[in-house]
Write a protein that binds this ligand. Structure first.
Ligand code: UDX
Length: 438
């Protein structure tokens, strides 16, 4: 079975690297030449643990690369569509890359003799496979869905920072599509890849598409829920959000994952998917009241940090603030929708002087703030003369900070939005978000 993957972002590249390393014939396709060049040299265009190693292994085995649609389509039995579906300016989903890819697939299969299976892995609103992908391919190929080609939906659940591990060990495979032959073929492919015991759920494509939004919205809801409790704890002396999360997490009806309070969720998925689902719900006449509250709770969470800052520094103008962590989560260089970026914008508006440190994301952050803030590759230098250090991302390096690390600060004042230093009994003014002791 030959596999094609169109779009080498987080999902596509991780999948290509894993398949190639398992000696499955796979062609990865992307139209971005710079990206392809890097990948060809076993260098991922983004930081992701283990991916370069897997890429190198895959390229030495069965992974091939191309920038050509005809090449990937004519040489593959199953073609995964993993193109980006970013948020448009209006906050809704931008399907232009998916439409372009569908058009190019249509043109490429026009003269094809075989019957390829096209699998939509990109996150798309319910109805996209049926209303957009199938008609576009039919239009440009003059061929018939269900006869000359098949389209299935197969949402992806991997997380940045553990993309390779998640691709190697998915908790579930969802396959949406009504024609049993291609569904069985895709399902057999996955069984061969992951073993007979892999949990596969078969449904129609609209439900498969909706599962992804329900999944991410639920995760966002859990985080906003615990962040609201965290904000409450902030005002109740003696309370500790982590102990509350641990206790409720023991209730099997709740579960202990995604209950880590912090500065709010960011990244390329949760904020975007929630926003899309809110737009989509309103569009079809449903008031997404809960989802809107989840989003609002996330947006206001960083104001908890501002509240603490204002209370402790009195005036913010010209204060030196150090931001430790720019990426939306540890083990990633992704700053999309990162709460750190939003916090820096607010700090700048308040006249603060910001110095930022991150092990991987400084270059990406420069593209946003350029010379408006200072950058430091060393934690010690970033803390020099600082009036407050705010830990925003739970990088391992920050967990190792000790009293000694803060000696050159102007004021030894730490706000820890992830509470990674709570156990250290530091000789500083330490405020953990969600700890009601201040
Ligand atoms: C998410 C989904 O988890 C994944 O299934 C989907 O395929 C893509 O979107 P990702 O955005 O890569 O993955 O990272 P995730 O681990 O979900 O974290 C998202 C944000 O939530 C981060 O900013 C993280 O710091 C925050 N978060 C996560 C919390 O604040 N608390 C938690 O308990 C978990």
């Amino acid at each position: 079975m030959n596999i094609g993957i169109i779009g080498l972002g987080f999902v596509g590249l991780s999948f290509a690297a894993v398949l190639g390393s398992k000696k499955i014939p796979v062609i990865g396709m992307d139209t971005n030449q710079d990206k392809l060049k890097k990948i060809y040299n076993s260098k991922s265009p983004f930081y992701e643990p283990d991916i370069d190693k897997f890429l190198k292994n895959a390229l030495s085995k069965t992974l091939r690369l191309t920038d050509n649609f005809t090449n990937v389509v004519s040489n593959s039995d199953i073609i995964f569509l993993t193109v980006g579906t970013p948020k448009s300016k209006s906050g809704y989903i931008d399907l232009s890359m998916l439409k372009n890819a569908s058009k190019s697939i249509g043109i490429a299969i026009k003269k094809l003799k075989k019957t390829p299976i096209i699998v939509v892995k990109s996150t798309v609103v319910p109805g996209t496979a049926v209303d957009v992908v199938i008609p576009t391919i039919e239009k440009f190929s003059s061929k018939k869905h269900g006869k000359n080609f098949h389209v299935l939906s197969n949402p992806e659940f991997l997380k940045e920072g553990s993309a390779i591990n998640d691709t190697l060990n998915p908790h579930l495979i969802v396959i949406g599509g009504l024609n049993s032959k291609p569904v069985t073929k895709l399902s057999n492919f996955y069984k061969k890849l992951y073993g007979e015991k892999i949990k596969i759920m078969k449904t129609n494509s609209q439900t498969a598409e909706m599962i992804k939004y329900a999944n991410n919205s639920f995760l966002a809801t859990k985080i906003s829920f615990i962040n609201q409790i965290s904000a409450l704890c902030q005002s109740i002396p003696g309370t500790n959000v982590d102990e509350i999360a641990e206790a409720i997490g023991y209730d099997p009806r709740i579960g202990n994952l995604f209950l880590k309070a912090g500065p709010g969720y960011g990244g390329s998925c949760l904020p975007k998917d929630l926003s899309t689902l809110i737009h989509y719900s309103s569009k079809i006449g449903n008031d997404p009241s809960l989802l809107k509250a989840v989003q609002k709770t996330n947006n206001i969470q960083i104001h908890q940090i501002m509240k603490i800052l204002k209370k402790n520094l009195v005036t913010l103008k010209n204060k030196n603030i150090t931001i430790l962590g720019l990426s939306f989560k540890e083990n990633s260089d992704d700053i999309r929708e990162s709460r750190s970026i939003e916090l820096i914008k607010i700090l700048l508006k308040n006249g603060c002087k910001v110095t930022a440190h991150d092990p991987k994301s400084i270059e990406n952050t420069k593209l946003i703030f350029d010379k408006k803030i200072n950058y430091s590759n060393s934690i010690t230098n970033s803390l020099k003369n600082s009036d407050c250090a705010i830990i925003m991302t739970a990088w391992e390096n920050y967990k190792k900070l000790t009293n000694h690390s803060f000696t050159n600060m102007n004021k030894k004042f730490i706000i820890d939005s992830r509470r990674i230093l709570t156990q250290k009994n530091l000789d500083v003014n330490y405020i953990g978000l969600g700890l009601g002791n201040n």
